[in-house]
Design a protein around this ligand. Structure first.
Ligand SMILES: [Zn+2]
Length: 193
């Protein structure tokens, strides 16, 4: 696809070469010869969200519809990079909204998540960016985003807590009322994990 056709930024390759040297490795070692360009390509892939327009993605599949019950897309796989350590955090995203005249194609919701996840992020901001984009673009009666994630910067370094799960949530409109929010959280809790 388009990412593969793009040339890798030579500056990024050079920077990875410098990182490898700086940590005390031999840049000429056989196994490392292509590593700077591979790492640069991977980093470009993992941060491709900067070059994508989430509003355009939603608008490409927005349909007039009178359905006005809760729509939930749950267990969307999440892979992102924390902006403090540039280490992965990963988990599940659940997105819900109550339509107000418009729905979006269901496959666009995971794509929306990816646009914001494939940037340097903090889980809190990722949660509100997904929410605000959905809310402002399709203007539902309300929207909700819940993210459960594990952070490699906590698991591999620092406090080395392997099992801590960070949950963040954000709500707009009718989801700010106790009943609607509770209905959503109950539906999310009822799933078999
Ligand atoms: Zn971190």
């Amino acid at each position: 696809m388009e990412e593969n056709q793009k040339l890798i930024d030579p500056n990024l390759v050079l920077n990875f070469e410098n990182i490898i040297k700086s940590i005390g490795e031999e840049i000429d070692r056989e196994g490392l010869q292509k590593t700077p360009s591979r790492a640069a390509k991977a980093m470009e892939y993992l941060t491709q969200g900067y070059h994508k327009d989430p509003v355009e993605i939603l608008k490409s599949a927005m349909f007039k519809e009178s359905y006005s019950e809760m729509v939930i897309v749950r267990d969307i796989e999440l892979y992102s990079l924390c902006e403090h350590h540039m280490l992965p955090f990963f988990g599940k995203v659940h997105v819900a909204y109550i339509p107000n005249g418009y729905i979006v194609g269901l496959s666009k919701i995971p794509r929306l998540v990816d646009v914001f996840a494939r940037r340097l992020q903090v889980q809190e901001r990722l949660t509100t960016e997904i929410l605000n984009c959905l809310n402002e673009t399709i203007k539902p009666h309300g929207a909700a985003v819940v993210i459960e994630a594990r952070h490699m910067c906590m698991m591999m370094r620092g406090v080395q807590k392997q099992n801590s799960l960070t949950t963040t949530s954000a709500f707009t409109g009718v989801f700010k009322t106790f009943e609607t929010r509770n209905e959503l959280l109950q539906l999310l809790n009822n799933k078999e994990r």
